[in-house]
Design a protein around this ligand. Sequence first.
Ligand code: HXC
Length: 260
Amino acid sequence: MSLENLLFEIVEGVATVTVNRPKAMNALTLETLAELGDVVGKIVNNPEIRVAILTGSGTKAFVAGADIAMMREMTPMQAREMSLRAHRIFAEIEQSAKPFIAAVNGYALGGGCELAMACDIRIATENAKFGQPEINLGILPGFGGTQRLPRLVGKGRALELILTGEMIDASEAFRIGLVNRVVAPGELLAETGQLARKIAVKGQPAVQLCKQAIVNGLEMDIARGCAYEVELFANSFSTADQQEGMAAFLEKRLAVFRDC
Ligand code: HXC
């Protein structure tokens, strides 16, 4: 599929996907979603890619939501289909063994905030703004916001954001745990790239088991989650990387992981 609305590059095991519709604040159309689905599939299936970064083009918007002009005439069936389509892609991001980092470079509203929340880690610029303004359009979040926002920031804060539709700035998003850190706009891609590379040099089986344990374990009660961890922990001892990591420590040298 040729990419009209996204930029996609791979450098040293780190894939960067840039939503590129600057005239519409990088709002997501059905075509953009189709391209995103295609690119996420490529990231998941390409063994050279170890970590992915999602960002928006320009300095104003990460993604200002689903495209309102496109949604205006939608029937309930079409809205359902679009919601399902985004849910499938966002679930693939979340369930992928590879870490996804959202580099939030401006407005992350509606479907944009939801896309950032489907990622594993969020880094925002000082000028970034977050919100679920769907209530002001007479609809509700449909790309996972009602589910992922309360899981990230708690029920009360999620209800306040979703029921008022008001935006919060990056420092408030940091305070409530919606973003991991806030950086100056000029530093976003350097900081995010540095974090991605720190993760990319680890042994991939361990990275993948860590993500799996946290993402899936969070949906379990504590006893089942801990039992799940036991099994994944045991699995990590069947890897060559476990042998190498422990040998390297004891021999006082750097580990050379082989991702197996
Ligand atoms: C379509 C959009 C858009 C969007 C911005 N634009 N957001 N077009 N869909 N979500 C367009 C504007 O129409 C305008 O086009 C251009 O981008 C620049 O936007 P302005 O409003 O002029 O810029 P500014 O005054 O700086 O305000 C920026 C903004 C505002 C705060 C981001 O644009 C805004 O509030 N956008 C809508 C945000 C929103 O409600 N998102 C949630 C969508 S619902 P022109 O042609 O006039 O230059 C959603 C549901 C997901 O995401 C789930 C569905 C199942």
